[in-house]
Write a protein that binds this ligand. Sequence first.
Ligand code: SAH
Ligand code: SF4
Ligand code: F3S
Length: 476
Amino acid sequence: MLDDNLTIFGIKKDINEGKQGEVLFYEHPENQSKKFYIESYGCAMNFSDSEIVASILGDIGYAPTKDMESADVILVNTCSIREKAEENIRQRLTVFNIQKRKRPDLLIGVLGCMAERLKAKLLEQEKLVDIVVGPDAYRDLPNLLAKAEDGDKSINVLLSREETYADISPLRLDSNGILAYISIMRGCDNMCSFCVVPMTRGRERSRDTYSILAEAQDLFDRGFREVTLLGQNVDSYKWSSPDQSEHVNFAELLERVGLINPDLRVRFSTSHPKDITDDVLFVIKKYENICNYIHLPIQSGNSRILKLMNRTYDREWYMDRVKAIRRIIPDCAISSDIISGFCSETEEDHQDTLSIIEWANFSMSYMYSYSERPGTPAAKKLKDDVPEEEKKRRLIEIVAKQRYIGMLHNLADVGKSFKVLIEGDSKKSKLEFRGRNSQNKMINFPKSDGFKPGNYAIVQVTSSTGGTLKGHIIKD
Ligand code: SAH
Ligand code: SF4
Ligand code: F3S
């Protein structure tokens, strides 16, 4: 689950498993005397924002460090999506405060969605937090740091209708030099009743198309081979040039990024079922480098619950979108987000969610039990009346069903060959590479002379065990 993953820059850690990945590539700006340490939680947008923060700090002489003990400032980029996400962050603040007791000059800053949600309360409740900065106020960080250095508590949680950080070139923190995120929009104008994001991220706004194209081109020129275009609802991307002579929607943006180079893979996330158009599907079909993979969160398979969630589509609409994907891009993988135990959900409603997982043949899903968030429309108007144990029981059933469908999805790949972008060593063996196919599935395969990370290889899948695909390179 997304918010259980944390990145201590350069080192990807899974809290549940306690595993550490390796740093293959890291940008080292020069002439920097002070050091910052940053941890990021939550969705990809937050990870992408941390790279913007790193760039802003780099400009005022701060270099990143992965050693908390040597940092002058510790930052945590936070998530509020579920209560547990905030609990995790409170625990991390306790750990940082142990450092602060040893070194009173150390500054601790809370960034991101929890900063926006709790605002000054964070300074009051967590006494040892010095700086609180919301997602639209990162340009103010140099000023806020200076204030905090003078001993004042500093806070900026103003949300903006314009800020897209379009001109800031992100400092790639946790990168193998092959994959990168590009934010194409910020905020969200939907009002899904369970969701805190419109409150923490503000109104939706799209970034200048040309700054996106320039960033993607620059990444390609520097050797990156895959970009993921990020937004809470990418299908509603809409940018107009200042003189209103040009209007770009998501299908057009996707095509223009796809045209940068056939060797630059393009992915995107997240698609909203109400907004994804056939035009987008035809663009995916037309370009081999635009990946055949769509993350299309359903949330619930029951139309009454979807209405209460204010998702503005019903089960039939979702099924129609899936049918369109299957018709236009037959080998496209679809993944989802699912919430169990939303307000008033009955056993029959839950069965509808289980059946849609099977019907839609999701390759994978992120699955959660409903967590009421203060201030959201659901918290104000609906009763969180499904008992916690029942939410958990339903979640376990959803996870088991998805695991089974995912396993069948993987088994269907055995014998097939895929073009794979090599990302690095497999997690288990230095003798093997790992890479993903267009459908976003990871495949491990023995290394072979002449291939290195960043190259493409044709890999035939030979087995699928425990959720892992294995294969071997096919040479022409
Ligand atoms: N913009 C994306 C979702 C971003 S939040 C979309 O609309 O699909 C990521 C996921 O967290 C959501 O899809 C939802 O499944 C889950 N989520 C959001 N709020 C939640 C809550 N209050 N309780 C449990 N899960 C939640
Ligand atoms: Fe939240 Fe809905 Fe916006 Fe996604 S589309 S971020 S779930 S309000
Ligand atoms: Fe979390 Fe904010 Fe993303 S609440 S999921 S970090 S937009």
